[in-house]
Each structure stands twice: as C-alpha cells, then as structure tokens.
Design a protein around this ligand. Structure first.
Ligand code: HEC
Ligand code: HEC
Length: 284
C-alpha cells in the first residue's frame, strides 16, 4: 500500500467534505436571509444588473432546451394569423401592448415587466414562442395558456406574433376590425386522463387557492371547504348527493346547483371537469 495513494484518497475526501460544508453554510445563510425579512419582494425594486442578465440568460437556455422537441406545423409560421390576432387581443395585449398601443394598467405595475413582443418574435423560433405561451414563466407573472387556449389557437397566436413586427398601428387596428367576430379557440382536452396533467389543471384553475386538495401544494386556505378525503363526502354543496356525475355538474355551474354558493363558476371546459371529478374520487 503506497503512502501516495492514501494521501490522494484523503485529499479527495477532504475536498468532498469541504464542498458539502460550503453547501450547508450557503443553504443556512439563504434561509436566514429569507427569514430575516431583509430580502425585498417589492415589485418596485429592480434586480441588480448582473442578477437580471443571469435570469434572462437562464430563461433563454431553459426555453431553448425545452422547445427542442416541439415542431411547428406546416411552415415556420403555421396557424391562422387572424385567429392568432384575436387571441392576442383577448389574452396578451393588456400586458404586452401591441403595435403603437401601450399595455394597460395591469401590465405596467409588474416586475419583471412584460416586454413588447416584436423583438422576441423576431429573435425566438416559432417552437420557443409556442413553448413559452403554452407553459408560461414561473414567478414572473407570465401566465400559462395551455388550459385556456387550444393547441391550434396557440399555433395561431405564434403565427400572429411572427407577423407583428411588420405591423403598423393602423394595420393592427384593421385586423382588429376585420376579426372582431373571431373568438380565440378554447382548450378542450380530449387526451387520455393522466394524474399529473389533472394536478396541473387544478393548479391552473386555481382550485388550490380556495381548497385544500390531496396531492396539491398550495396555501393553507379556508376560503372554500377542505376537499381532502373527498370520497367520504355525503353531499356536494350540502344539496347534491356525492356522485361523480353530480360533481361534474357542480364544477361546471355551481350556482345552478346552489344559487347562493360562493364557489365561482370557474369556466371549466367540460373535459377538464370530468378529469377533475375523477381525480377527487380516485385520489382523495
Ligand atoms: C398578466 C400579464 C401577462 C399576460 C396576460 C401575458 N403575458 Fe407574456 N409575459 C408576461 C411577463 C411578466 C413576462 C416575463 C418578462 C420577463 O421575464 O422579462 C412575459 C413574457 C412573455 C414572453 C417571453 C418574451 C421574452 O422575450 O422574454 C412571451 C413570448 C410571451 N410573454 C407571450 C405572451 C402571449 C402570446 C400572451 C397571450 C396569449 C401573453 N404573453 C400574455 C406577462 C404577461
Ligand atoms: C375563489 C374561491 C374558490 C375557487 C377558486 C374554487 N372554489 Fe370550490 N368552493 C368555494 C366555496 C366558497 C365553496 C362552498 C360553496 C357552498 O357550499 O355553497 C366551494 C365548494 C366546492 C365543492 C363542494 C364542496 C362541499 O363541501 O360540498 C367542490 C367539490 C369544489 N368547490 C371544487 C372546486 C374545484 C375543483 C375548483 C377548481 C376548478 C374550485 N372548487 C375552485 C370556493 C372556491
């Protein structure tokens, strides 16, 4: 047994232990900073320049790698620009503005601030624009549209984004006038039921903001009844016998069942209501 080999092993061990110690100290310092209240969460305080650039870079890399598997239909543009403009007008303009049109109040008070999308549309591929629009950007205020706009509608939105850099304000307004009757196509999940997708769906409909639900991470909330252990429940809203069919009925229109109910009509797509009812019966 050579001496050199032992010291070599010792050194590796020491480096390993040092790295673990550094990680622990870093984690403890991070938690201490959060608990001290010194870290500002105000939307009036911009990041440091270096933090901002790093986050921006992280977003670009994450989007590029996740969009890698997505293929745009037909051509780079795909989709119907007029339908896309209707979607943009209904769902994006308030935050992102449009050619010659400012974003409205909600889009102004946010940090990160939703950018004008003409430049992103030029620089990003159709697949990347699709990915970001469908999945949103966590902790930024950019919503995910997967459970609101159909896949075809999302590709149409992308097609419109690709056209937007060429548009003047007059051109945009002409499209608005022409497409006034077009409704952005709503998501209708006809795909097979999966547990993970249904959990995401419930988070996307914000059920967890008012209810505690088995399997979902969210606030400790008492706005609506605790839905844990749902299967054992006798009645829905105190009036309907608790069956899966009745639950679908409730989810689609709570006020039709109980007019005084404070449970809002969440504008669920019917297929989504079936998936959620199945989840509550099978998983809780
Ligand atoms: C509630 C406000 C809001 C709405 C509505 C909204 N967005 Fe966003 N969007 C944001 C925010 C905030 C960001 C993140 C900006 C950042 O990180 O720099 C963002 C980022 C993006 C990006 C990435 C752009 C880039 O260069 O970083 C795209 C693409 C995008 N949004 C598309 C859309 C589309 C398409 C719609 C409509 C279907 C939409 N957004 C609706 C707030 C919104
Ligand atoms: C803004 C708050 C809010 C949101 C969001 C919300 N609910 Fe409710 N929900 C309520 C309230 C309040 C009640 C009680 C209504 C009543 O009893 O009249 C209720 C009742 C229910 C009930 C019947 C509970 C019982 O004890 O009989 C179910 C099931 C339910 N909600 C499921 C959902 C699902 C699934 C979602 C998401 C798609 C959702 N809720 C979103 C507030 C909310």
């Amino acid at each position: 047994m050579s001496r050199a080999r032992i010291t070599h092993r010792h050194r590796a061990l020491l480096i390993g232990l040092g790295a673990v110690a550094l990680l622990i100290v870093g984690a403890v310092a991070g938690v201490a900073l959060l608990l001290s209240g010194a870290y500002s969460t105000a939307a009036t305080k911009q990041h440091f320049k270096v933090t901002y650039r790093l986050l921006e870079l992280g977003l670009r890399y994450s989007v590029a790698s996740n969009a890698d598997e997505i293929h745009a239909p037909h051509s780079d543009r795909g989709g119907d620009v007029n339908v896309g403009q209707a979607c943009y007008r209904q769902y994006c303009q308030q935050c992102h503005g449009a050619p010659g049109i400012a974003r409205d109040g909600m889009g102004r008070g946010q940090l990160p601030s939703p950018g004008h999308l003409s430049q992103s549309a030029r620089e990003w591929s159709a697949a990347e624009l699709f990915y970001v629009t469908q999945q949103g950007i966590r902790m930024s205020g950019m919503p995910a549209w997967q459970y609101r706009i159909s896949e075809e509608g999302l590709w149409s939105t992308v097609a419109f984004l690709k056209k937007m850099p060429e548009l003047s304000r007059a051109g945009y307004e002409a499209m608005t006038a022409e497409g006034a009757q077009i409704d952005c196509p709503r998501a209708a999940a006809e795909r097979p039921y999966t547990l993970e997708r249904t959990k995401t769906m419930m988070l996307q409909y914000a059920c967890h903001n008012c209810h505690q639900i088995d399997g979902l991470v969210g606030p400790v909330t008492f706005v609506g009844p605790d839905l844990r252990g749902w299967r054992q429940r006798g009645y829905i809203g105190g009036v309907l016998p608790n069956t899966r069919e009745n639950l679908v009925k409730w989810l689609l229109d709570p006020q039709a069942v109980s007019p005084q109910s404070l449970m809002p009509d969440m504008e669920l797509a019917e297929a989504h209501a079936h998936d959620i009812a199945r989840y509550l019966f099978e998983e809780s």
